[in-house]
Ligand binder design. Structure first.
Ligand code: SF4
Length: 357
């Protein structure tokens, strides 16, 4: 199995100059609680002289992680209640998550699965558990889409991934295979032509969803890794997490979304930060998120617009929570006229029943 993370402990981070020696004790306390991992590629992006560097905020531990707030949960999106067998999360009728790996190339400080991923546990689903998970999918014709996730599935070898996609290719009712990953950014060299070939489930639509939160993550090497996937015929989407001090202003968010589209990656979801333990210092409020999304309207192309999503705690699934631009016109009986807002804030009447005969 490829080993991506280069800096795996507090001492590693200090030795690499990614954090000052005076923070060693603080980093060790956090590392004793949550996994630490920074690849050489991401380490090069970190400005260690700036405590507020947006890349450092995502990957360098912070003592604030030891503060657990009310409402935070070890399983903030309710994976467990929808996990009928190991490796499967079946929350929506027509799709399942297939969690192949329990490790990642890097460990993000805001991770919603931070209690479930990291060293000190099995790295990947066992052969027997994988066989049972595939049997579960095979036995349910309603499963249209399989989402490979983890951990990060692209930390697995091309040979292992090929075995999984080949098995999915043989299941008639599965039409779409979606793979969620941070590897093209964290360790772009792992995205080899052989890996790209291994990801394609023959006869199925295969998508890769890249997790990226700041335009600086899209280095020339990361862009080249994504281009290898897209050129191999794999469409790419992105998901980003709205993070305080990382991407929570319109200019930074616009730069990220534009950079993704320039890489032929369609922005898909902007996630509101989940209630993962010790992550309050990285979350915005929903009102701030809605204001940011509103600021994107008209500022960046429609191609760049992601849906702003909240994963409802308890396992109730995702809902879009972006702002609305249409409302009942004031002073008019309900349903008789709407008022719609344009991207400059202008308001315009729109009649009901205008969809034609
Ligand atoms: S790569 Fe994904 S699963 Fe892994 S630590 Fe980051 S957010 Fe969590």
């Amino acid at each position: 199995m490829p080993q991506a993370a280069t800096h795996r402990s507090a001492a590693d981070l200090v030795a690499a100059g990614l954090a000052p020696p005076e923070r060693l004790k603080e980093l060790e306390q956090v590392a004793a609680r949550y996994a630490v991992g920074v690849t050489a590629d991401l380490g090069e992006l970190i400005d260690s002289t700036d405590r507020n560097d947006p890349i450092a905020r995502q990957f360098i531990p912070d003592a604030a992680e030891l503060d657990r707030q009310a409402g935070e949960s070890a399983d903030p999106i309710g994976d467990d209640v929808h996990s009928p067998i190991e490796g499967i999360v079946h929350r929506y009728p027509d799709r399942v998550l297939l969690k192949l790996a329990y490790v990642c190339a890097v460990y993000c400080r805001f991770c919603f699965r931070r209690e479930m991923v990291g060293p000190g546990r099995r790295r990947a689903l066992s052969g027997a558990a994988l066989a049972a998970a595939l049997a579960y999918i095979r036995a349910r014709p309603e499963i249209w889409e399989v989402i490979l996730t983890g951990g990060d599935p692209l930390i697995l070898s091309a040979r292992r991934l090929r075995a999984v996609t080949a098995a999915l290719a043989l299941i008639d009712h599965v039409k779409v295979v979606r793979i969620h990953t941070r590897v093209p950014i964290a360790a772009p060299a792992l995205i080899t032509p052989a890996l790209g070939r291994a990801l394609k489930a023959f006869g199925k639509a295969t998508y890769v969803v890249l997790h990226a939160n700041h335009a600086r993550e899209l280095t020339p090497a990361a862009r080249a890794a994504c281009a290898r996937l897209v050129d191999a015929g794999i469409p790419m989407l992105s998901q980003s997490v709205l993070l305080r001090g990382v991407n929570d202003d319109p200019a930074t968010l616009s730069a990220l979304l534009r950079a993704l589209v320039e890489c032929r990656i369609k922005p898909y979801y902007l996630h509101h930060g989940d209630l993962a333990p010790g992550t309050a210092h990285l979350r915005t409020t929903i009102a701030q998120g809605q204001a940011l999304v509103r600021a994107l309207q008209g500022r960046v192309s429609g191609l760049c617009q992601p849906a702003y999503m909240l994963d409802i705690p308890g396992g109730h699934g995702k809902s879009p929570i972006g702002p609305s631009y249409i409302r009942a016109a004031p002073g008019v009986p309900e349903g008789q006229c709407f008022e719609v807002e344009d991207f400059k804030g202008g308001r315009h009447a729109y009649p009901p029943g205008s969809a034609g005969a």
